[in-house]
Design a protein around this ligand. Sequence first.
Ligand code: 6PG
Length: 251
Amino acid sequence: KSSMAVEVEVFEKEALAVSLAKYVADLSNKFTQQRGAFTVCLSGGSLINYLQKLLEAPYVDSIEWGKWHVFWVDERVVPKDHEDSNYKLAFDGFLSKVPIPSGNVYAINDALSAEGAADDYETCVKHLVNSNVITSSSISGFPKFDLMLLGMGPDGHVASLFPGHPLVQENKKWVTSITDSPKPPPERITFTFPVINASAYIALVVTGSGKADAVHSALRGSETADKLPAALVSPEGELKWFLDKGAASKL
Ligand code: 6PG
């Protein structure tokens, strides 16, 4: 954990979205130039709202959308057109508005059970590692995504990895199912911590005073920090927290 680069920045609401758009666009340029592809993992929740500036000038026309490959950090096991679907949230609010080839958008298979969908997603990621669309970590051997965009719940959960849940400890699987999520809906699939922490870049986007206690515990440490999934986000690459004033109010 010691060598990891961590940055924390506190924003007014509008400024957060502006800064996040520049951050994502800069990384898109870096990776599309370096390797001709940019692998991005989206979360559900409020995150998609904070990506809206990417749909405006200058980014909408400068980003090489054709080289994006889009994944989900976690997904609810519901049909893709269900209102609880993270795919639907991202499609309606973002993906339908940019020219990313549909073949580069990797949604979960919504015809399968939670377990089946997790295995299927892991197989999909394996193929893309084998074809060098996704990089592989030379340190851990886990897939190394260029950018993961994470939200955090008031309980400190990230992805669908919840405090005190045994899946927080999963260290072999890349993708796992959860059928007892404390946040509804109960059936989900999620990337595991080894995959999250193999990432080149992680943005943790957290807003609202309801999350101030969890932000404090994750960043300033406390007895409960080791039980907070957000405190376990520790990528090989760089981590940046994007906080609004409410979320940062107890730092
Ligand atoms: C999900 C999300 C989840 C989310 C956090 C924060 O499917 O539920 O991926 O991990 O990012 O719960 O959500 P909010 O930003 O809406 O609070």
